[in-house]
Design a protein around this ligand. Structure first.
Ligand code: F6P
Length: 347
């Protein structure tokens, strides 16, 4: 249903799910654009909890000055299981009605968008999603806010680990975030010239897990031994989190047991979530924040602001959460090609 610019007076923002570098840049852009259209802005704290518990703050230009470079989110974030309950949705709706909010912008991932869609069934205001997650797993947008910073952070960390690995001719297994997707693992693995990337896209672990892992372990051990025999050097295995049972530590132990290979496991962890956003995330967040306000002004609802081939587009929220965005086949292929070429060169 199209709304008239005059009918929208107040918008609300919240950040939800895992924080991502660039969320502050998006909040800033929303507030500046809202000011341009004479809209009042209120920020709810700690994701949907702020709506359920009615904890908010008015947001003006001074509140968002000099936050573009800050990681995390000034509105704080949370995962909110209460939004999966009827009571939680009723409480959130009642807060929005009480605060006379006309439109709600949620910056987060697919779980956050599912909350937005549930809310939309009860509440007649406009709902807009902005994809903010380091995982880059939202369908319909080329990139999510935070992904570029996260991969740059991980690359910087692995480059440092490589120095030690080279100095000691050592093998490292580095576990990277990404929830159930391999965008971080694949992009970082390729950029760090990892000798192995073990991720969802090249290792299916959902059937015959024991058998499959045992096979992979044998191949891995053989390839490591071969590489070590050809050239005494460092060896980096990038492992996507939630893929190998027991994670990097278990894999290291298994390689020791079956082939007496010494590996150092390293879980990079939340370092990937924090830090000052890189230029790409600041710019993406700024474009998306402004576009979200413009979408509200033009009467849009139930959409995610997305970027496709450098253009800002609108994607139905239902489409955005239907599938997880996969790692492109060409990226998986690129790693295979590099490995094959390297192997030829060394043999
Ligand atoms: O979705 C972002 C993310 O960092 C994932 O990559 C990771 O699986 C998860 O959040 C970790 O969540 P938490 O910080 O709640 O442990």
């Amino acid at each position: 249903m199209q709304k008239n610019i005059q009918t929208v007076k107040k918008i609300a923002i919240l950040t939800s799910g895992g924080d991502a570098p660039g969320m502050n840049a998006a909040i800033r852009a929303i507030v500046i654009a809202a000011q341009h259209y004479h809209l009042e802005v209120v920020g709810f704290y700690a994701g949907y909890n702020g709506l359920i518990d009615d904890v908010s703050t008015p947001l003006g230009l001074t509140d968002v000055s000099h936050i573009i470079h800050r990681g995390g989110t000034i509105l704080k974030s949370a995962r909110c299981p209460a939004m999966e309950t009827t009571l939680g949705i009723e409480q959130a709706t009642s807060t929005l009605l009480k605060a006379q909010v006309d439109a709600l912008i949620v910056i987060g991932g697919d779980g956050s968008f599912a909350g937005l869609m549930a809310l939309q069934k009860q509440w007649s205001g406009q709902v807009i999603g902005i994809p903010g997650t380091i995982d880059n797993d939202i369908d319909g947008t080329d990139f999510t806010i935070g992904f570029s910073t996260a991969i740059n952070t991980a690359i910087e960390a692995i480059d440092k680990i490589r120095d030690t690995a080279e100095a000691f001719e050592r093998i490292f297994i580095i576990e990277l975030m990404g929830r159930h997707s391999g965008h971080i693992a694949f992009n970082v693995g390729i950029a760090c010239a990892a000798e192995q990337i073990i991720s969802f896209e090249n290792f299916v672990s959902n059937r015959n897990t024991n058998h499959h892992e045992a096979d992979k372990l044998k191949t891995l051990a053989k390839e490591i031994k071969q590489a070590q025999a050809n050239r005494h050097a460092s060896y980096i295995i990038v492992l996507a989190e939630n893929l190998w049972r027991g994670g990097a530590s278990a894999l290291a132990q298994q390689l020791q047991t079956i082939a007496e290979i010494d590996c150092t496991p390293c879980i990079l962890g939340h370092i990937q979530r924090g830090g000052s956003p890189v230029a790409k995330d600041r710019i993406l967040a700024t474009k998306m924040g402004v576009a979200a306000v413009q979408a509200i002004i033009s009467g849009q609802s139930n959409i995610m602001i997305a970027e496709q081939s450098n253009n800002i587009v609108h994607v139905a929220l239902s489409t955005a959460i239907m599938h997880q965005q996969g790692v492109s086949e060409s990226l998986v292929q690129a790693q295979d090609n590099i490995l094959a070429l390297t192997a030829q060169h060394l043999s």
